[in-house]
Design a protein around this ligand. Structure first.
Ligand code: PLP
Length: 444
């Protein structure tokens, strides 16, 4: 390590990092530049970013056009309040562009600065909606075990991963978790003849009945679970979920913070199953990580319910940076790039190549399952293929070995995730597969 890098690391000690333990930040990679899918460290390493940062840098690093959009907008107007009767041009243009873009009938956007705020806003909007409908008792949120929805107090406890709860309890009331439709290792009970999709959907209906439909505001789900280990649901799951939500009068919130804007091969992932949510949460790829922006889109029915509210029932919710002018200008430019370069098509084609290449690694005795949709893939490591026993320790070793081969993945328990920029080339996809294979070769 160079002296200069050591100096940066010393300075970094004054920073508290996300999901922090001092041990895990003893020797961070200090990144100073990015280009395409490549990251460059201060000590001269060139790393293939197989995760597009945190599943978000879909357009790849170093795009002049996005830098220029930010610069031009900052010079003109970086920020103005979007509260109390004001708006700005980029936020109105972006809201207009997004109207009906994801799903027909979702024509209204509320902007946030990221995914946690988006999901928090989704929960509050669901509660608001039911109060306006004269059903104030509907406040609970049903989510899935293994889900990740963010780290505000509410989204922490909507998240279905206990390690995020341990140090932050007690949990606020009203968050209920049901099994996720994991085709590789389903943790619920399968009844005779039931598919995993049917069983996991039945769990939703049973939870609604157990809690009482008159107490449940919404069901939230990531179409493809990310942090929970890249879980691609069976095809029958989401159509059944939609039916159950309709039958019991429950709003369906799609958390497309990872899957939105092309990642899975469709602009938005529920399209794979022809299903439409009532509220859509997005963030990350809207700006390819070049600016902090997220939001929710609401159905016309929710919008109309807001329109008819009394003066005392205003939507008293909003962030200083809701509709931030610079962030929205970057979002607009990024959408232009994503459409011009047809990111969903790239994700379909290059995702197929990535998945097929990763599947070849199933010949290793510790690779239990390789799965994915578009350009988001998971490689699950097990100690025994027969019993499918999860092996996070070996996954961590492979992650470290891949780092030595200058490949960045993300260890999520026993699963290594890959979610590279959608601008990745065929050769770079092959590099991911080769480097991971080389890393696995070294594992005893
Ligand atoms: C599915 C999902 N929802 C919400 C979030 C939270 O987003 P943020 O970290 O921008 O608050 C994440 C972050 O990874 C996510 O993966």
């Amino acid at each position: 390590m160079t002296d200069q890098t050591q100096t940066w690391i010393e300075k970094d000690k004054h920073q508290l990092h996300p999901t922090y333990h001092p041990k895990s930040h003893a020797n961070p990679l200090v990144i100073e530049k990015g280009e395409g899918v490549w990251l460059y460290t201060t000590d001269g390493r060139k790393i293939l970013d197989g995760m597009a940062g945190l599943w978000n840098v879909n357009a790849g690093y170093g795009r002049e056009e996005l830098a220029k959009a930010a610069y031009d907008q900052m010079k003109e107007l970086a920020f103005t309040s979007n509260f109390s009767g004001m708006t700005n041009l980029p936020s109105s243009q972006l809201a207009d562009k997004l109207a009906g873009f994801a799903y027909e009938g979702l024509n209204t956007t509320f902007f946030t600065s990221g995914g946690s705020e988006s999901n928090d806003s989704a929960f509050k909007t669901a509660r608001y909606y039911w109060k306006r409908k004269g059903k104030p008792g509907k406040y609970k949120v049903i989510a899935r075990k293994g889900a990740y929805h963010g780290v505000t107090l509410a989204t922490t406890f909507a998240t279905g991963l206990e390690k995020y709860h341990t140090m932050f309890g007690p949990a606020p009331e009203g968050f209920v978790h049901i099994p996720a439709p994991n085709p590789y290792r389903y943790e619920g009970q399968l009844k005779d003849g039931e598919t995993v999709g049917q069983a996991a959907a039945r769990e939703l209906e049973e939870a609604i009945l157990r809690e009482g439909a008159d107490t449940v505001a919404a069901f939230i789900a990531e179409p493809v679970m990310g942090v929970g280990g890249v879980i691609v649901p069976p095809d029958d799951y989401f159509p059944l979920v939609r039916q159950i939500c309709d039958k019991h009068g429950i709003l369906f919130i799609a958390d497309e913070v990872i899957t939105g804007f092309g990642r899975t091969g469709e602009w938005f992932a529920l399209k794979h199953w022809n299903v439409k949510p009532d509220i859509l949460s997005f963030a990350k790829a809207i700006t390819s990580g070049y600016a902090q922006l997220g939001g929710i889109q609401i159905s016309d029915e929710i919008r109309e319910t807001m329109e008819s509210a009394a003066d005392t029932e205003a939507y008293m919710h909003g962030y200083t940076y809701s509709g931030h002018a610079m962030a929205c200008a970057v979002g607009l430019k990024n959408l232009e790039i994503m459409e011009r370069e047809d990111f969903p098509k790239r994700a379909r084609e290059l995702g197929k190549r990535l998945l097929e290449g990763l599947k070849k690694l199933e010949e290793f005795p510790f690779v239990g399952d390789v799965r994915g949709l578009g350009l988001v893939c998971g490689v699950e490591i097990v100690s025994d293929k027969e019993s499918k026993t999860a092996d996070p320790a070996t996954a961590a070793k492979i992650f470290k070995a891949a780092e030595a081969h200058r490949l960045r993945s993300r260890p999520l328990g026993s699963t290594l995730a890959f979610s590279p920029p959608l601008s990745i080339t065929e050769d770079e996809v092959d590099e991911i597969i080769e480097r991971l294979g080389a890393a696995m070769d070294g594992i005893g």
